[in-house]
Design a protein around this ligand. Sequence first.
Ligand code: DC
Length: 245
Amino acid sequence: MTRRACIIAIDGPAGAGKSTVAKHIAAHFGFLNLETGAMYRAFALKALETGVDVDDAAALQRLAVETAIKLEPAEAGNRVLLDGVDVTGRIRTAEVTQAASRVSVHPAVRAWMVSLQRAMGKNARVVMEGRDIGTVVFPHADLKFFLDASPEARSQRRYEQTEPVAERDGARAEGRARDAAKAARIAKELRERDERDRNRAESPLRAAEDAIVIDSTNMTLNEVLKFIEDQVEEHLRLPVVSEEL
Ligand code: DC
């Protein structure tokens, strides 16, 4: 039996649960899971470490020429290699998060990333997750999902991924105040990133016309997974019409 290539695109704003969903769906169907945000993050890390201004398009373009970014799918998620060095553990800081959003507005950076991503997805069975997968990277993807949730729900989910200060401090008033400040900071950073991701001139975040939009505000993870799995199973039962992507 020939294995058909299959691209499943999952796009959406920060904090909508894309990474978690993509990881589960990829594991369920035995597909590769490629998290494209990690590539922008790795490049942002390089800019920060080499002192290149994340708003300087020409300098970033020069930096890109001498940068190698690779995603290596692994059991526990993607490993990100920056110039051959594993930077997986260093790309999730608040500083890199904001810098990634800034480097990603530049057309030359995006064109470079898109070409790398197309090469990674070619003839593969892959769940690719990002902001522009269904609109730009693979406009002919087999299935496109746009995973959304209200800003409040997304901020809350991000907050819950962090360690609560109050618990660590024995729920003292001071700890609780710091928790509240952290929640407010996370909500603010998310709003800023949303604003930049949705309003940039080049490939702004939006749902492709043929994407299935899922508003997960009031859905559990299992409900989202079941919905997507059903769609993918139905798709995989269809006869192969063309291998062209
Ligand atoms: O998904 P993430 O939060 O790790 O992404 C980090 C940043 O990278 C995000 O603010 C926007 C950018 N990004 C993008 O522009 N296009 C993608 N396909 C993936 C991420």
